[in-house]
Design a protein around this ligand. Structure first.
Ligand SMILES: [Cu+2]
Length: 189
């Protein structure tokens, strides 16, 4: 990171030295400051996206591609989410396995009479030449009774079983505890 910043600063000097000469000293300073801030902002965005690219791998099995798998950091139980892209015929996610928790299930959050509930399901459709999302408030992988807390910045392996494409083991990124959406509802056994 430091190395990156240093490189950018030297680039900044190279870029702006000729221009600075033509401006009044104060204006030049302000100008340099604005450019520096813009570069810092760009740098931060760059870091965020390169972080995502580094961890959230892309996994393929048959016609299926899995992207951006993540889970929220949590001590006891939690959900895992991802996007599933299908380049082939209709498929179905039929099972999920991970040794990170004692019980790992495929869940769907549904609204019944205005109350949000989570159902244990045994198949999530993945449409032909389409995609399916596991996300908070919808389909998700539920991990109950974690063997150890999910710590932000770490990853864990999760195996997905597709009816047509077969099995694939992916790495799931653990994000901060408050990451997007809520998984606060109680679980029925
Ligand atoms: Cu659930």
């Amino acid at each position: 990171m430091m190395k990156n910043v240093t490189i950018r600063q030297s680039k900044l000097r190279l870029l702006n030295l000729p221009k600075l000469g033509r401006l009044a000293p104060m204006a030049a300073l302000v100008f340099a400051l604005v450019v520096a801030l813009a570069m810092v902002a760009t740098n931060l965005v760059g870091m965020a996206s390169s972080h995502a690219a580094e961890h959230a791998g892309t996994y393929k099995v048959g016609a299926i591609t899995i992207k951006d798998a993540w889970a929220r950091g949590t001590p006891r139980s939690g959900g895992a989410f991802m996007s599933i892209h299908n380049m082939g015929a209709a498929d179905e996610l039929v099972d999920v396995r991970a040794d990170v928790a004692r019980k790992v299930q495929l869940h769907q959050t549904v609204s019944e009479g205005g109350i949000m509930k989570m159902k244990h399901i045994h198949g999530m459709p993945v449409p032909a030449n389409g995609m399916a999302m596991l996300k908070p408030g919808s389909y998700h992988v539920m991990m109950m009774g974690l063997n150890k807390p999910l710590k932000p910045g770490q990853t864990f392996p999760l195996t997905l079983v597709f009816k047509q494409a077969g099995e694939v083991t992916i790495q799931v990124d653990i994000m901060k505890m408050g990451a997007t959406g809520g998984h606060k509802m109680e679980h029925k056994k």
